[in-house]
Design a binder for this molecule. Structure first.
Ligand code: GLU
Length: 423
């Protein structure tokens, strides 16, 4: 297999990202030099920094920021706090951001960041210190015109507020456009928090229509993950009348074939912090939930969830990827053989970065839009991108993942061709 940088683990997110790229480029007639160039991340930063814990001790933490590509504009992508973050994972996620932004036609390249930390083990004060120090370590490589972070797994609007404040205090004036996904009262955008989940459901509706499902109340959904993406996807699907039969968080899943009462699930979650102990449902492990009967499965937790081990048993007819990289390449092949229609991550979860783009534009112009405008433009961009992907799938006789990658890589490659290699 052609590899850009050494792959640390065979089933890692990076090996999946590179395998997808190698497959997609076989369908493209682009210069071999450009294909090779786009295999590499442009820049990778590793920072090690101290944080004073509440007991007075200093602990060292490691953080990363990878800029995969910046040909179409400043790089864009989230920051993840998780004990499992590795440079390999951040590389993969940065590469997927390049394709995601290109697919939905945003003037951005792709980036990703992460800190190796289990946020639950730190107090709020410690998380603030960690965020501020990590932000200050990244100052040489971020700016509203160079690289614009956003929330991802384990981070949220408050994290972005500390990030924005640290950057602003360093340069001496307020720079709201340095991050997206901020609280609204400091330059955040209406609709940003809900955007990814809502986008997932917009894509799901497109896929359902094409597969002859036209009664929401008879269409059953399982959503893996109840974080920012999963919980907002559930809320929007519930509002539209879909029957959500299963949801899960890191503790496990709940399933009720008659449909869950999503308001009471959200209330239980808000009250107890997990799905544990929720009544009116059968309790299952995350693995068991993925193979329960449903029409649509929405993996919205993290990468590497649908594998060769569970793909043969998945009952859903349609999969809409809320998470980045939830399906391994081997699972992809099994799902395709089984005729399961997959709406890929870089399309299905692009709603987040689309509204991030709106937020950045609003910050740069210091002029803010209302929520109707945001959701109208979000839908317009997603449907246009969905249609472009579907057309590419027909033209190249490939599945939606390959088609999305083909459209995205082609756009970035053409930009490289137009700009030429420097010097
Ligand atoms: N972390 C999100 C993603 O994976 C959003 C990135 C952004 O808004 O820049 O797409």
């Amino acid at each position: 297999m052609v590899v850009a940088l050494k792959i640390e683990h065979e089933e890692s997110a990076y090996s999946t990202a590179i395998a997808q790229y190698n497959r997609a480029t076989q369908h493209l007639t682009i210069d071999e030099n450009i294909i090779e160039y786009l295999r590499y991340p442009r820049r990778e930063f590793t920072v090690n920094f101290p944080v004073r814990r509440d007991d007075g001790k200093i602990e060292m933490f490691t953080g990363y920021r990878v800029h995969h590509n910046t040909v179409l504009g400043p790089s864009k992508g989230g920051i993840r706090y998780s004990a499992n973050v590795t440079l390999d994972e951040v590389r993969a996620l940065a590469m997927w951001m390049t394709w995601k932004c290109a697919l939905v036609n945003l003037p951005y390249g792709g980036a990703k960041g992460g800190v190796v930390v289990e946020p639950k083990d730190l107090s709020l004060r410690e998380i603030e210190q960690l965020t501020r120090r990590y932000a200050s370590e990244l100052i040489p490589v971020i700016s509203p015109h160079m690289d614009i972070p956003a929330p991802d797994m384990g981070t949220n609007a408050q994290t972005m507020a500390w990030f924005m404040d640290t950057y602003s205090m360093t340069v001496g004036y307020s720079v709201p456009a340095i991050v997206t996904g901020k609280p609204i009262n400091i330059g955040g955008s209406k609709g940003r928090t809900e955007a990814t989940g809502r986008g997932v459901i917009i894509c799901m509706e497109e896929a359902l229509r094409a597969h002859g499902y036209n009664d929401a109340s008879k269409t059953s959904l399982i959503i893996q993950g109840f974080g920012n993406v999963g919980s907002h996807a559930a809320a929007y699907a519930d509002e539209l009348g879909f029957k959500i039969v299963g949801v899960s968080d890191i503790y496990g899943g709940i399933y009720n074939e008659k449909g869950l009462d999503i308001d009471s699930v959200r209330a239980h979650m808000a009250e107890t912090g997990s799905l544990e102990g929720y009544k009116d449902a059968v309790h299952l492990t995350n693995d068991e939930l993925l193979i329960m009967p449903c029409d649509v499965l929405i993996p919205a937790a993290m990468e590497g969830q649908l594998t060769k081990h569970n793909a043969p048993d998945i009952k859903a007819r349609i999969i809409v990827e809320g998470a980045n990289g939830p399906t391994t390449t081997e699972a992809d092949d099994i799902l395709e053989d089984r005729g399961i229609f997959v709406v890929p991550d870089i399309l299905a979860n692009a709603g987040g970065v689309i509204v991030s783009y709106f937020e950045w534009v609003q910050d740069l112009q210091a002029f803010f839009w209302d929520e109707d405008e945001i959701f109208h433009q979000l839908r317009r961009i997603l449907i246009r991108s969905y249609d472009a992907t579907l057309r590419a799938a027909e033209d190249h006789d490939v599945n939606m993942r390959m088609a999305a990658q083909i459209v995205a890589i082609q756009r970035v490659a053409e930009a490289v061709q137009t700009r030429g290699f420097y010097p």
